[in-house]
Design a protein around this ligand. Structure first.
Ligand code: TNX
Length: 561
């Protein structure tokens, strides 16, 4: 579990002092017999057909996560050789960057040189075979992120209207190659891609994952590693929860103590940390190179103890509380009547908006239990207008719909199946009035929920969320009464009260994150747990090759490794 894929040389290899979470034995003795039964179940699955796929056999074109929109299999396959070259659309630095990214993935395991060069006369292809990354050429209907992938004797051609589509097509190509292609030492081939054509485009434009870097701080290298894992499943938004009671994680020049003091600890009392502006820039650039947009969140007006501790004047009583390293929620609030509160909000939003190229700024708004309703509404009005003033789109947790969401605001729904109908109706009503929705139902999409009661990490306030449960829901029909077109997509949040290393992130995200990614990308017609679990099982060796410490849920017929 220590192998780290380096798609970019700046990614540091995290040190693991602890054994992987999947091998931890922290369970009460009473659970041991239960575990034995689960383990026996898992072994009996080992003989499933997915496990016995011979290396020489090309995997079916449809065996990809997220499931492609359309697959037409047939014709001769293509096998990479030491003569294979990667040709990219001439004159496009982005296409070249994607070609280089692909070569960086394929070179260590194949041992081939895979030179990347530009090509502009695709009709005059020299017939020596290779991988072609083409922009434009009649594929415009595929939108900003769609692509086609054609594989035949002479090579593999990915064509897309936009670079993001090429990048997603490259993820598909990766998954069509044997899992060993992900390793960072030379492996045996053959490196064969089945013949046929994939035509693919996403169901939703917003396919996110959130990382709570406040409860526990994660370094730039740790965030990059997660970004690479997200990109493999075509996730295109990274929501960073940058502030909470336990830590303020982003440098703000005009309020420097937010980070230097407010970021100096975390849950459990560890040293915390924060991103300098240069660090944040590095995350933004890395995310952009993986065609992900960063959605920064400053949680307001609750979840603000770290800010209140840093500046006494932000408190109604003028007294700064101590830093907080526990896991309670709902006890802090900015001082709504004070003018300085809005200087603070303005400065923070301005500095973040200046740095962030993406269109959203998330202002939280959840669990403001220490703010009266009237104050909450008054505060959210002002905070939303500041976001608008700096040219960004407001995003907030769905409690924002209990205030007055501005036109075009995005509400992130984090209720449960059993959330009272009145609360769901409030969100649906806001959607009818023009708010847009990102769905993160906590009992489906929260990656920090335990899989079952034996999971050594995670919380369970929303229930246990097994892999099938996290996959088996439909964003289109999830919130009764919300217009279909109000749903921008889905997001899988990872709160970090119990999560503090990459190993922890990976154990909780895998294998649930690929399922949420598929719900966001694939047409509803492909949705079928019994088929999905077979495709997911085939990802097991790929997770391992990438050094991802995944949870071998007994719901999935994993091959033996
Ligand atoms: C609820 S979801 C929270 C977070 C916690 C999380 C733990 C939401 C908007 N607020 O403050 O970290 O539960 O699962």
């Amino acid at each position: 579990m220590v192998t780290v894929r380096l798609h970019n040389t700046t990614v540091a290899k995290p040190r693991r002092r602890d054994p992987p979470v999947s091998q931890r034995r922290t369970l009460p003795l009473l659970l041991a017999p239960l575990l034995l039964v689960v383990a026996a179940g898992a072994t009996s699955f080992a003989a499933a057909p997915a496990a016995t796929q011979r290396a020489a056999e090309a995997r079916p074109l449809g065996q990809v996560i997220p499931a492609p929109a359309s697959v037409s299999e047939g014709g001769p396959s293509y096998t990479l050789t030491r003569r294979t070259r990667i040709k990219v659309e001439a004159g496009s630095p982005e296409a070249r960057q994607i070609g280089t990214y692909l070569a960086d993935i394929l070179r260590p395991s194949t041992g081939y040189a895979l030179p990347v060069s530009e090509w502009n006369d695709w009709d005059e292809w020299d017939g020596r075979g290779g991988i072609r990354l083409r922009l434009g050429s009649g594929a415009d209907s595929l939108g900003d992120e769609g692509y086609t992938l054609e594989s035949g004797q002479d090579g593999v051609t990915i064509t897309a209207p936009k670079p993001a589509g090429l990048f997603h097509g490259v993820q598909t190509l990766r998954q069509l190659l044997p899992a060993a292609v992900e390793k960072d030492t030379v492996q045996d081939g053959p490196w064969t891609v089945a013949g046929g054509t994939i035509t693919d485009a996403p169901r939703y434009g917003y396919r996110g994952a959130m990382l709570d870097v406040s409860r526990h701080f994660f370094t730039v290298a740790q965030v990059k590693r997660y970004i690479d894992q997200m990109a493999l499943y075509k996730v295109n938004k990274l929501h960073l929860h940058l502030s909470d009671d336990q830590g303020w994680r982003i440098a703000i020049d005009s309020w420097a103590r937010l980070a230097t003091y407010g970021g100096s600890t975390q849950v459990g009392g560890g040293p915390g940390g924060y991103y300098t502006k240069a660090d944040y820039q590095e995350i933004l650039e890395y995310a952009a190179s993986r065609h992900l947009e960063v959605v920064p969140e400053i949680d307001l007006p609750g979840h603000t103890n770290a800010a209140l501790a840093s500046y006494a004047q932000l408190n109604c009583n003028g007294v700064a509380p101590p830093l907080y390293t526990g896991t309670n929620v709902g006890f802090s609030s900015l001082c709504v009547p004070k003018a300085v509160t809005y200087d603070f909000v303005d400065d923070v939003v301005r500095e973040i908006a200046e740095m962030t190229p993406g269109k959203y700024i998330h202002i939280g708004g959840d669990e403001a239990h220490s703010t009266s309703h009237d104050d909450y509404v008054a505060f959210m009005d002002k905070a939303q207008s500041v976001v608008g003033k700096y040219g960004k789109t407001v995003m907030g947790w769905h409690q924002l719909t209990g205030a007055k969401p501005v036109k075009g605001a995005v509400a992130q729904y984090w209720g449960l199946d059993k959330t009272p109908a009145a609360e769901k109706a409030q969100v649906a009503k806001a959607a009818k009035n023009g708010a847009r929705l990102v769905l993160s139902p906590a009992d489906r999409a929260y990656l920090d929920m335990k899989y079952d009661k034996s999971t050594p990490l995670g919380l369970s306030w929303a229930g246990y969320v097994e892999v099938d449960r996290s996959y088996d829901w439909n964003p289109q029909t999830y919130l009764p009464g919300a217009p279909a077109e109000s749903v921008l997509g889905v997001e899988a949040p990872m709160w970090s009260e119990t999560v503090s290393t990459n190993d922890h992130i990976e154990f909780m995200a895998f294998p649930r994150l690929p399922g949420i990614a598929e719900i966001g990308w694939s047409p509803a017609s492909t949705h079928d747990w019994s088929k999905y679990k077979v495709r997911l099982a085939a990802q097991g060796p790929r997770f391992s090759a990438l050094g991802i410490d995944y949870h071998r849920s007994s719901k999935v017929p994993w091959p033996e490794e």
